[in-house]
Design a protein around this ligand. Structure first.
Ligand code: COA
Length: 334
């Protein structure tokens, strides 16, 4: 007979305790983008809702930005770094296969007792992280978890590609998740459709790049219309499933924070969901661009800091992107 083993059990519920963010200094206007592609400020605003975006400095890294956002979230939470049990970093732009960005971020913020790993779920990565952190806290594997979404997409964007150069940008957002007396993170609805892996991908692998004699550094490439149609038809259903799983009526929502892919996608998804007029909608993309895994926590942090939404309000989050991947949950805001 096998020996009995002790299993962990954690808090009954988990919640987001705090947010943090890091926005790089350099503003990149549509006029600057149009120096490199045949486009206009008017076209970019109309088709994407983007007015300007931020680019990190050349020597500023995913680890630098992620550490800054995580440190701010940690300070606001009042949790000591040594109490963090896990650092989850959602990113697809850390330029090392190994070690992970999370391991270095954990070291920099003093999370000396934490496990650390990166989540490669593209623009859905932050919402994947919130779902995992909720389960880690409730399952007893970690008392506190930091979830970071961070990207330096400017490094992996073809600045001459008309289809994507105006969309992608850089930044970082983070949350601390810990135990809660009351339910504050609903079930995560997630999935991945690898049959559509080519919808958003890289022009070639790093191995192909090496074997081709170092020509044409790999950059992001997307089938814009396909992604647009997929997002508008599938994401309202995913978001509705997250509401149903949490037992929350759409009329009880205070804010909708979707991945900031494109303002037109946000508008179309909100319309398809019949979002009531009182529900605030995150529109951070206008001055931030599409920052993939960073976009949901950046938008959440900005709206809370600006007083656009209330602490303790009910928010519906949804991320979606390359994979194709998606994840959604209802959360109570810190
Ligand atoms: N500037 C000016 N004109 C452009 C342009 C640009 N940057 N890119 C394309 N066009 C032109 C095309 O040449 C075409 O012209 P035509 O009608 O004379 O042939 C027209 O605009 C429409 O091109 P199309 O590629 O169909 O544009 P679109 O309406 O699909 O818009 C995107 C392009 C990228 C804005 C849109 O597809 C999109 O947002 N998709 C989703 C992308 C996304 O969110 N990705 C992130 C997911 S995480």
């Amino acid at each position: 007979m096998s020996a009995p083993i002790t299993t962990a059990s954690g808090a009954k519920f988990a919640r987001i305790l705090s947010t943090g963010s890091y926005r790089p200094e350099r503003n990149v206007t549509n006029a600057e983008i149009c120096e490199r592609i045949d486009s206009t400020d008017e076209w970019i605003r109309e088709r994407s809702g983007i007015i300007e975006r931020r680019y990190a400095a050349l020597d500023e890294t995913v680890v630098d930005m992620g550490s800054a956002a995580a440190a701010q979230a940690l300070e606001r939470s009042g949790v000591s770094p040594a109490e963090i049990g896990m650092v989850l970093t959602a990113t697809v732009t850390h330029p090392y296969q190994t070690p992970s960005a999370a391991a270095e971020i954990a070291y920099r913020i003093g999370a000396v007792n934490a496990g650390a790993l990166d989540i490669a779920a593209a623009c859905a990565g932050f919402c994947y992280g919130v779902g995992l952190a909720n389960d880690l806290v409730r399952g007893g594997s970690a008392k506190y978890v930091i979830v970071i979404g961070v990207e330096k997409l400017s490094d992996w964007t073809n600045q001459a590609d008309r289809g994507s150069a105006f969309i992608f940008a850089d930044g970082a957002g983070a949350v601390v998740i810990g135990p809660s007396q009351t339910p504050a993170i609903g079930p995560t609805i997630w999935g991945a459709d690898g049959a559509q892996k080519d919808a958003i991908t890289m022009t070639q692998s790093l191995i192909d790049y090496r074997n081709n004699g170092g020509e044409s550094f790999p950059t992001l490439v997307m089938q814009g219309q396909l992604v647009f149609r997929w997002a508008v038809s599938e994401i309202p259903k995913v978001a509705q499933r997250a509401l149903t799983a949490a037992g929350v009526q759409i009329s009880d929502l205070d804010v909708f924070i979707p991945h900031q892919a494109n303002m037109r996608i946000t508008d179309a998804v909100a319309k398809a969901m019949k979002l009531p007029a009182h529900v605030s909608i995150a529109r951070d993309i206008a001055y931030t661009g599409n920052t993939s895994a960073a976009s949901v926590p950046l938008a959440m942090d900005r709206m809370l800091e600006a007083g656009e939404i209330l602490h303790g309000g009910t928010a519906l989050l949804v991320g979606f992107g390359a994979g194709l991947t998606f994840a959604s949950q209802v959360v109570i805001l810190p």
